[in-house]
Write a protein that binds this ligand. Structure first.
Ligand SMILES: [Fe+2]
Ligand SMILES: [Fe+2]
Length: 179
């Protein structure tokens, strides 16, 4: 798949997950919310890593406006990552902290993915790289993202609501409130 299309499709998926998490984050701590938060962080980090290593590197090598946009995008990833690391440590529920963090992530993702990447960077990529190169980058992007998601054991929400804790908990099912 053309890397331009692959990245846009991924942005749509991420936005759906963010909407869903925003709806759930202020409710009681359920397994569904904790799992979704962990999935979201893992997916966003895998997306960012694959973009940086495949697309941004190619844009930086190309120079000019592509390099400037890619350098800026890399810094935006760093800012987003700081909030994602915070989100990993938060618990859903009444104190509203997770919902606040999800709101900040939504703002940053919307600005970065829609207003910068989709409006500015990707049209220049479509114009500046031949289709064969975009297809090759699309393949490399998908492969790198998949590898990063497979290695997601390292990406988990903080104790005590980690996956491990939940998995060994007393018969907790999706949607149940944690004890
Ligand atoms: Fe990005
Ligand atoms: Fe992106």
């Amino acid at each position: 798949m053309d890397i331009v299309d692959a990245i846009k499709a991924e942005h749509d998926r991420i936005e759906e997950m963010l909407e869903q998490l925003d709806d759930l984050a202020g409710n009681g701590p359920t397994l569904e919310t904790v799992e979704l938060a962990a999935d979201l962080v893992a997916r966003l980090r895998a997306h960012a890593m694959a973009e940086r290593d495949v697309l941004y590197q190619a844009c930086i090598r190309r120079g000019g406006a592509l390099r400037e946009l890619a350098q800026r995008a890399g810094l935006e990833h760093d800012a987003l990552d700081a909030v994602l690391m915070r989100l990993r440590m938060l618990h859903p529920g009444g104190d509203g902290e997770m919902k606040a963090a999800v709101g900040v992530v939504r703002d940053l993702v919307s600005r970065h993915a829609r207003d910068e990447e989709e409006a500015l960077l990707l049209p220049k990529v479509a114009a500046g790289f031949p289709l064969a190169e975009r297809l090759a980058m699309g393949e490399a992007f998908a492969a790198m993202e998949e590898r990063a998601l497979e290695a997601r054991a390292e990406v988990h929400v903080g104790e005590p609501l980690s996956r491990a804790t939940l998995a060994t908990g007393p018969g907790l099912n999706d949607g149940e409130i944690l004890p």
